[in-house]
Write a protein that binds this ligand. Structure first.
Ligand SMILES: [Cu+2]
Length: 206
């Protein structure tokens, strides 16, 4: 290598190093060894607690003594990469029985019907307001959020659901506790669980 070529090579690498330094200095908040996006910290879980009261007096509503006034519901929502985990807990419910529970599309209101149908990630095209989805292809634990649980002798219980979707333009707005002990899964009845005993308005999307 001739002396002038060597000099150019040295100059060139110096220029590269200088450019790298300038780039690094221009972004003081981002160390050069940080890997982008996938290692970003996940948002903290959102946690909500409500005490069942008569309709019109708060976010958590009892429509039926089988979900007694004064019972406490907690909902914790953890979002991950394309998935959502919901932890549900209840205290002060009737002892030693099952309750079917789901995420619904609308906030709670004066009656149980106000919460609307189940939240579905992929919406059943055959569903109507009068005839909600009961097709197991859509009304299932991967496309809806089911939180059926069973109470102990003290009326406390919990459940957890992880679904393979997050929320962008749409999100559930409430958790509804039903009278049936478990949610039906067979064709034509999938997702049904009888009357609505209680409802808790929960902002799934912050
Ligand atoms: Cu429901």
């Amino acid at each position: 290598m001739s002396r002038s070529l060597l000099a150019m090579a040295v100059l060139g690498s110096t220029a590269l190093i200088t450019t790298a330094l300038i780039t690094a200095c221009a972004q003081p908040d981002k160390p050069a060894n940080t890997t982008p996006s996938s290692d970003q910290p996940k948002p903290a879980p959102a946690e909500f607690t409500g005490t069942l009261a008569a309709p019109g007096s708060g976010a958590a509503v009892s429509y039926n003594p089988a979900a007694p006034i004064g019972a406490q519901l907690t909902v914790k929502i953890t979002t991950g990469d394309g998935s959502t985990t919901v932890d549900f807990g209840a205290k002060g419910m009737q002892p030693s029985r099952g309750y079917a529970v789901h995420a619904h599309t609308k906030p709670c209101g004066a009656t149980g019907a106000d919460a609307g149908p189940h939240y579905q990630n992929n919406i059943d095209p055959a569903a109507t307001p009068e005839k909600p989805s009961a097709d197991p292809a859509y009304a299932n634990t991967r496309n809806e959020i089911w939180l059926d649980f069973r109470t102990d002798a003290q009326g406390a219980g919990s459940s957890k659901a992880t679904v393979p979707f997050g929320f962008t333009d749409r999100a559930p707005a409430s958790i509804v506790v039903h009278e049936k002990e478990t949610t039906a899964t067979h064709h034509g009845q999938a997702g049904t669980a009888g009357g609505r005993l209680a409802c808790f308005t929960v902002p799934f999307k912050q």
